[in-house]
Design a protein around this ligand. Structure first.
Ligand code: GLC
Length: 511
């Protein structure tokens, strides 16, 4: 018998952005204890794993993606004991826990950088990327993310050299060509593996090693020289060996922010690099059947020959929510949920998408993120009361319509989008075809994407999915008799499929 697939292949992962999920102490910022108290929601929903965005000690210049201590919890989020309780309780509910590892850069307040900056002779000087020069001319043309116009370099007056930061000046890049850095960062992985985490989302993983010559580049996001160095693949093989030396299928999922599916596939290596990688071109595709077909085909072409397992993501803490991107229609957001949860690969949900949330409109005076991402990070409304289940005023304004788009109200309403997500997750869990089966396109009219998911040929488990990307109904003929298992609008579930699909509708069919 073939070995059973590792858990993360059939899992659905739910991203928690801790600041905005649930607050237990009334300071307006979510925390680990808040997450623990709301595990019920996630278990009821039916996801398999949580990925927690950073909760480590941080001055919060980039809201936690600037880490000052990889091995401690920031007091705003709680304590290591709170983390222990959260993991224990998640595990007792059969929920895996992934944490967010930020290896490309530290905070400028990390003791390593404080030491490195203190003198050219400090033993940690070479832990970061320091370059000679003159204060009037940065070493090359690399630009810092977020601004895209400011140099990725800051001149350090006291020691007379430039240091590199692909993001904010408060986020100096580590020098991954230094073996001491590699060893110290491996220790941070071990620290959390010993505390029972089931894996890591690895931040900006494609950028760890820099070209030794630090050359000028044409396109700061895609050019090698700045990103995607061969040495980075070697580093990832080291992380993989470390994770695989622990029992229990610990997983790595890399943020490979390169908008080329072929390049992303390379980060799986020969099954010796990342277990999973985010592939962002679909996230940036418009809501259009032909464009999505192309994205799905590209993944199949690049991933299948390597036996690489795909991931799918529509929303996260860095981009406007997909409901907002797709024009705000709830019908479309529902159809998108059917798509996301029935493609071949591991889906990642972003907190609140199960409520059909849109981005908050954040007035200028309340904007806080240097990357302009506040809207997608609005707090989760838990109930219909004025405080929506938050004991104090949250750090960001509410997303639209929190009086109806909240967990309590939607849970009480079987017709809500929340219940749709739950029905899809239930259907997925019961179907080997949806979890692990092959994907095959079915001929369908322009504007519609139809496909089959199947295991073991014609006699095994099979499902058919029809997604209408347009606001017109379409006739979609299918051979055989099919039953509507889940419909994005709830219509006709349990009844025979009648051969057509409604405007902005999507259906999951079974035999
Ligand atoms: C990743 C994170 C983003 C963060 C950046 C720098 O892209 O997802 O939130 O700002 O890395 O760490």
């Amino acid at each position: 018998m073939a070995e059973p697939a590792p858990w993360w292949k059939s899992a659905v992962v739910y991203q928690v952005y801790p600041r905005s999920f649930a607050d237990s102490d009334g300071d307006g910022v979510g925390d680990l204890e808040g997450i623990r108290r709301h595990l019920d929601h996630l278990q009821w929903l039916g996801v398999d794993a949580l990925w927690l965005s950073p909760f480590f000690r941080s001055p919060m210049a980039d809201f936690g993606y600037d880490v000052a201590d990889y091995c401690d919890v920031d007091p705003i989020f709680g304590t290591l004991e709170d983390f222990g309780r959260l993991v224990q309780e998640a595990h007792s509910r059969n929920l895996k826990v992934l944490i967010d590892w930020v290896p490309n850069h530290t905070s400028d307040q990390h003791p390593w950088f404080v030491a490195s900056r203190s003198s050219r002779d400090d033993p940690k000087r070479d832990w970061y990327v320091w370059v000679d020069g003159t204060p009037d001319r940065p070493p090359n043309n690399w630009k810092a993310a977020f601004s895209q116009t400011e140099p990725a370099w800051t001149w350090d007056e006291a020691t007379g050299q430039w240091y590199l930061h692909l993001f904010l000046a408060e986020q100096p890049d580590l020098n991954w060509r230094n073996p001491e850095v590699v060893a110290a960062m491996h220790d941070t992985l071990r620290f959390w593996l010993h505390r029972g985490v089931d894996g890591f989302r690895m931040d900006v993983i494609h950028a760890l090693a820099k070209h030794p010559d630090l050359p000028d580049v044409d396109d700061p996001w895609l050019d090698t020289g700045r990103l995607d160095e061969p040495a980075t693949h070697e580093l990832i093989r080291g992380f993989r060996r470390l994770l695989d030396s622990y029992p229990g299928d610990r997983v790595s999922v890399g943020e490979v922010f390169i908008l080329s599916t072929a390049k992303v596939a390379e980060y799986y290596g020969d099954d010796d690099e990342l277990h999973l990688a985010f592939n962002f071109p679909p996230l940036f595709a418009p809501w259009d059947a032909a464009k999505w077909r192309k994205r799905v085909d590209r993944v199949a072409e690049e991933f299948e020959p390597r036996d690489a397992w795909p991931t799918w993501v529509l929303s996260n803490h860095d981009n406007p929510r997909h409901r907002t991107r797709y024009g705000g229609s709830e019908a479309r957001a529902r159809a998108a949920a059917v798509l996301l949860l029935t493609l071949r690969g591991t889906p990642f949900l972003y907190e609140g998408e199960e409520l059909g949330l849109e981005d908050a409109d954040v007035p200028k005076a309340r904007q806080v993120d240097p990357g302009g991402r506040d809207g997608t990070r609005a707090p989760i409304p838990w109930d219909a009361s004025p405080g929506h289940g938050w004991p104090g005023d949250p750090w960001l304004p509410w997303p639209p319509e929190p009086d109806v788009r909240n967990v309590e109200s939607e849970r009480a309403n079987p017709a809500s989008i929340l219940h749709l997500y739950r029905r899809l997750l239930t259907a997925r869990r019961a179907s080997p075809a949806l979890q692990l089966g092959a994907w095959r396109a079915i001929e369908s009219p322009h504007g519609v994407l139809a496909y089959e998911r199947a295991v073991d040929g014609d006699n095994g488990d099979r499902r058919v999915v029809v997604v209408n990307f347009t606001d017109q109904p379409h006739v979609v003929d299918l051979s055989g008799n099919w039953t509507v298992e889940v419909a994005s609008d709830g219509a006709g579930e349990g009844e025979p499929y009648a051969g057509s699909i409604g405007a902005d509708q999507a259906v999951l069919l079974s035999r």
